[in-house]
Write a protein that binds this ligand. Structure first.
Ligand SMILES: NC(=O)c1ccc[n+]([C@@H]2O[C@H](COP(=O)([O-])OP(=O)(O)OC[C@H]3O[C@@H](n4cnc5c(N)ncnc54)[C@H](OP(=O)(O)O)[C@@H]3O)[C@@H](O)[C@H]2O)c1
Length: 161
């Protein structure tokens, strides 16, 4: 079975996007994103695809769309079931955006969250609530602009019968 991981950069008020783009430009964060996703499958929604200049190099760009959308050098899928059938036992990074995270975060045991130290006004794409389900087990980078954390799914409490 494939290993699904999500990766996102999230503002202090939960925003990930505004008007079809990232609300910030943080080169150090993009560098991290490139490093960790390199060589893997990246799955994105069609709207996130629209925000990119083209396929992200060195990664298999898989795009979810409910239409017959197609894009050069990418694979397109109309359902997550199709992705699961094709991914085999590989590592799959779910890279957004808001709709795709909210639908498929449940597939992920591990997520990489960059907490961006900004509050974004008028954001229109959001990361779903995750703090109750996941715990931060490692801080990978911390600076004035952002903190990168590795979060894993909390173990469920076994209740006494
Ligand atoms: N901060 C971050 O880490 C980060 C990361 C990624 C993106 N973003 C931002 O997030 C925003 C985009 O997010 P969004 O929520 O508007 O859109 P999105 O999740 O990128 O894409 C939504 C589209 O994906 C397709 N889709 C979603 N669920 C599907 C399913 N179950 N089966 C088949 N297709 C499915 C549909 O495409 P069709 O309409 O073609 O059917 C849908 O309209 C942008 O502002 C982007 O910059 C931020």
């Amino acid at each position: 079975m494939a290993q699904y991981k999500a990766i996102a950069a999230v503002s202090t008020n939960g925003v990930i996007g505004k008007k079809g783009a990232l609300p910030w430009r943080i080169p150090g964060e993009l560098k991290w994103f490139k490093k960790i996703t390199m060589g893997h499958i990246i799955v994105m929604g069609r709207k996130t695809w629209d925000s990119l200049p083209g396929p992200l190099p060195g990664r298999e760009n898989w795009i979810l769309s409910r239409t017959d959308f197609s894009a050069k050098s990418c694979r397109t899928f109309t359902s997550f079931d199709q992705i699961e059938n094709e991914a085999g036992s590989r590592t799959v990074f779910i890279i957004g955006g808001g709709e795709v995270y909210s639908r498929f975060l449940k597939k992920c045991k591990e997520i990489f969250i960059t907490e961006v130290q900004q509050s974004i006004k008028d954001g229109d794409a959001f990361f779903p609530p995750f703090r109750n389900e996941f715990e931060c087990i490692e801080k990978l980078e911390e600076n004035e602009q952002f903190t990168i954390g590795r979060w894993t799914r909390k173990m469920k409490e076994v209740k006494n019968q």
